[in-house]
Design a protein around this ligand. Structure first.
Ligand SMILES: Nc1ncnc2c1ncn2[C@@H]1O[C@H](COP(=O)(O)OP(=O)(O)OP(=O)(O)O)[C@@H](O)[C@H]1O
Length: 311
């Protein structure tokens, strides 16, 4: 299978400022979250993937197509045929109806007028804008504006979508609709998706993999589940009965109690080589009953903060 993305020591500077520090990564097709705080380098990376700016050094490919060179070079036109881009900025053309706006995007990609018109009706219906397609885009609600921007990115049926903060400015209901549409585009229509955002919940709702960036560097990469489960020393314990003696026994055995909700639920860190049977052995003489022992996976949010604050 052709990898979705392969980057090798990709660097981008603006004057003396290094916006991307020798980024090396390889990703298979799928739904990928590109997560990072403001200034992490996400937009710079997206612009390089779209062939709008070139890397200062290093090499890369998107779906087998080489990155780099002048923005009008043949490889960069080819890249933009493979990619649908939904920018964060409003980027609408006032005065055009939804269908005119989306069809225009098709013509700009080199589709014939007839073909782009037909396809514009198709994608607008798919994105629940059938009723609104003859209304002018400036009259659309925030949710409709985001969906018409998504529609224009789909007009040429590209295998890869780059979505820059697609839920920006949406209320909770609008956000849910957008995230569901994106998830379906990936799962049911085989699109690969790179979702650039600072919202962890959006990544968790849509993506299979996540790349965490901060300060122009990749700080973490893996499946959402893998990255959230790296802390195998973290345990959640549910207990009943006497707890002071049990707490002392655990601490004596090298366990650290991180949180206690006051209702018999504790979050712990255990020492290396720990066996969960020890909980039961230590509980018995303390008149404590251990009701449940589960692994306490890190949330994406905890992982993100730990990764971004490292170094
Ligand atoms: N054209 C430019 N000239 C100078 N500096 C730039 C330019 N483009 C980006 N930068 C700098 O590069 C760094 C990374 O910016 P980038 O826009 O890629 O970050 P980001 O992760 O997309 O952040 P945000 O979520 O705020 O959009 C920032 O410090 C930014 O100021």
């Amino acid at each position: 299978m052709t990898p979705l993305l392969q980057l090798h020591n990709l660097r981008r500077t603006f004057g003396d400022f290094v916006a991307l520090h020798d980024v090396t990564l390889s990703l298979p097709p799928g739904r990928i979250g590109l997560l990072g705080p403001n200034g992490a380098g996400k937009s710079t990376l997206l612009k390089i993937l779209l062939g709008l700016i070139s890397p200062t050094a290093g090499m890369g490919e998107v779906l087998g197509q080489q990155l780099g060179g002048d923005r009008d070079a043949a490889n960069n036109w080819q890249l933009r045929r493979l990619i649908g881009f939904m920018p964060e900025a409003e980027a609408l053309v006032p005065g055009l109806t939804g269908v005119e706006y989306v069809a225009l995007a098709g013509e700009l990609c080199g589709m014939s007028r007839r073909q782009s018109q037909r396809r514009a009706h198709e994608v607008l219906s798919y994105l629940q804008l059938e009723e609104a397609r003859y209304r002018r885009v400036e009259e659309y609600s925030a949710g409709m504006k985001q969906r018409v921007k998504l529609a224009q990115s789909l007009i040429h049926d590209p295998p890869l979508l780059l979505l820059d903060e697609p839920t920006s400015g949406l209320d909770p209901a609008g956000r849910d609709v957008m995230l569901k549409l994106i998830r379906e585009l990936g799962r049911d229509h085989g699109k690969s998706i790179i979702l650039s955002t600072h919202l962890l919940a959006d990544v968790q709702a849509v993506c299979e993999r996540v790349v965490i960036m901060a300060g122009g560097k990749v700080r973490g990469i893996g499946t959402v589940a893998e990255l959230c489960a790296v802390r195998e020393d973290r345990i959640r314990l549910r207990i009943q009965g006497e707890d002071a003696k049990f707490r002392a026994a655990l601490e004596h055995a090298g366990v650290t109690i991180l949180a206690d909700n006051g209702h018999g639920e504790w979050r712990l860190t255990v020492p290396p080589g720990w066996s969960n049977l020890r909980f039961f052995e230590l509980a018995e003489p303390c008149d404590t009953v251990v009701r449940a022992v589960t692994r306490d996976d890190e949330t994406l949010e905890e992982l993100f903060l730990r990764t971004v604050n490292a170094n």
